[in-house]
Write a protein that binds this ligand. Structure first.
Ligand code: ZN
Ligand code: CU
Length: 476
């Protein structure tokens, strides 16, 4: 048989941002073998794609799936969205290279418990991914907070020369073993005391090996312009591309200020390579942070170690039933997770439509009541924002989740529907694609995602089941 799969009469949105076109697309082994108006010859499987879009498999550039892709290799929350690659190790926290001495520091506890941090090198992490053979491809960043935790006895100060050189050595090895770059989570207390110079020293290692720098900024609140300046300065120093993670203006006093932040992006982009990722919701989610407790917007608790029964209730309800202040209740709930309704919808739209913004879910896979972005981020951009709200054309939406992302994160031969590229593909119905996951019912597969192929293996189908597991570890 000439081909393994033949998608007949599909509308190809190729991921480049260019116009869509009708074609037949043929797959042989793990590769896109031919694209033509009408392909003759036979295939083992023919799929009628009339009225359907065929796009590159989506790349989720911002995830915390490090441990879950190994523990739960079907990985339904992501493949059901049409995602074929996840980048793990964001926000300063990575399972790869992290070793735990005692308890897991916040926010590394988002990834798993102490027994699950068993990958002291990227090579060992890659091996575990390959053994687990998840449904989706996995690439990893190395987390700054993970490095700090390996080399420091106290996270609440800046690192010494010796500690920095220990971190550099470990980062160098990680990059040699295929890590894509370095991530930081400077807003979190476990990294907040690090100096800009500490991160700049690490960025020097990136330049030598052409890594990327991604950052959860030191602040997403009022000091955001200073935080952006710091990120861009680190990128300039290391001569590396900067990706600002989940760009937002958080906090009621900060609403509307993406006009200023994006103006700064415009200016800086003339001189250096900077971009950002964004999830399509006006509520954020992370561990519960006492500093972020306020009555200016709603906060919902997603988990609490001492009070697991309250998951899904608002902090206000909890505080009222306990007859105490929000802050007092928050302290009793720790350690805990939360959803913060802390953004302005207009800011979300502005960031999402910005030309160099990629889509990243930032989903938290261990939360019992997760933010719906874990299951819904990508179809929400396609259905709600592109089709229904007409924020940008579908070709642009797909570009922001495929071609743009593969280029930024240096994933060769992925992110485009192109001959010779890996057959990571998603076929969806542009009329019906939408996010089904909601805040009240967040663990729901998307509608309209009809077929997902990973490395030429059909992996997810119309009955919403995972039918193949062909994901690979992607080395830089
Ligand atoms: Zn983050
Ligand atoms: Cu994150």
């Amino acid at each position: 048989m000439k081909f393994d799969y033949l998608f007949r009469n599909v509308t190809v949105i190729d991921g480049s941002g260019g116009p869509e076109y009708r074609a037949d697309v043929a797959i042989k082994d793990d590769t896109i073998a031919e694209i033509a108006p009408a392909i003759g010859g036979q295939a083992l499987h023919e799929i009628d794609g009339t009225g359907r879009v065929l796009a590159p498999g989506f790349i989720d550039v911002h995830t915390h799936d490090d441990i879950n892709v190994i523990r739960i290799p079907e990985y339904l929350p992501k493949i059901s969205q049409g995602i074929t690659t996840v980048i793990v190790g964001n926000c300063g926290i990575s399972a790869a290279t992290a070793t735990m001495k005692g308890s897991v520091p916040d926010p590394m506890n988002l990834l798993g418990d102490v027994t699950q941090f068993i990958y002291p090198t990227v090579a060992e992490y890659a091996h575990a991914v390959e053994q687990a053979r998840p449904a989706i491809n996995v690439g990893t960043l190395v987390g700054h907070t993970a490095l700090r935790n390996n080399h420091m006895d106290d996270l609440f100060r800046t690192a010494t020369e010796d500690e920095i050189s220990g971190m550099r050595k470990q980062l160098r090895l990680a990059l040699e073993q295929g890590a894509l770059g370095l991530s930081t989570g400077l807003a979190y207390a476990s990294a907040f005391q690090s100096s800009t110079e500490e991160v700049m020293a690490l960025a020097e290692e990136l330049a030598a090996q052409k890594g990327i720098y991604t950052t959860h900024l030191r602040s997403e609140f009022e000091p955001i312009l200073d935080a952006l300046d710091e990120a861009f300065r680190i990128g300039r120093h290391g001569k590396v591309p900067v990706v600002v993670s989940h760009h937002k203006c958080a906090g009621a006093k900060n609403w509307g200020r993406t006009v200023e932040t994006l103006k700064l992006f415009d200016k800086v982009r003339e001189q250096q390579d900077v971009s950002c990722d964004c999830y399509p919701y006006s509520a954020s989610s992370s561990t519960l942070d006492i500093k972020q407790i306020t009555d200016e917007f709603e906060i919902v608790i997603t988990w609490s170690e001492p009070h697991p029964e309250i998951a899904g209730q608002s902090l206000k309800q909890i505080a009222e039933s306990w007859s105490m202040t929000l802050l007092e209740a928050g302290k009793l709930l720790m350690p805990a997770g939360a959803i913060y309704y802390n953004m302005d919808e207009q800011d979300v739209r502005r960031v999402l439509s910005y030309p160099v913004t990629m889509v990243g879910s930032d989903g938290l896979p261990n939360d019992p009541m997760p933010h719906p972005r874990l299951w819904g981020a990508f179809p929400r951009v396609l259905g709600h924002y592109s089709r229904d709200e007409k924020l940008f054309p579908l070709t642009v939406a797909v570009h922001k989740m495929t071609g743009m992302s593969a280029a930024r994160f240096q994933l060769p031969k992925r992110g485009l529907v192109k001959c010779g590229y890996f057959a990571d593909l998603v076929m969806f119905d542009p009329q019906t694609v939408r996010d089904v996951a909601s805040f009240s019912d967040p663990q729901q597969p998307a509608a309209g995602i009809e077929a997902v192929m990973v490395n030429g293996v059909m992996s997810y189908g119309q009955d919403k089941q995972v039918i193949g597991r062909a994901g690979r570890f992607l080395r830089r």
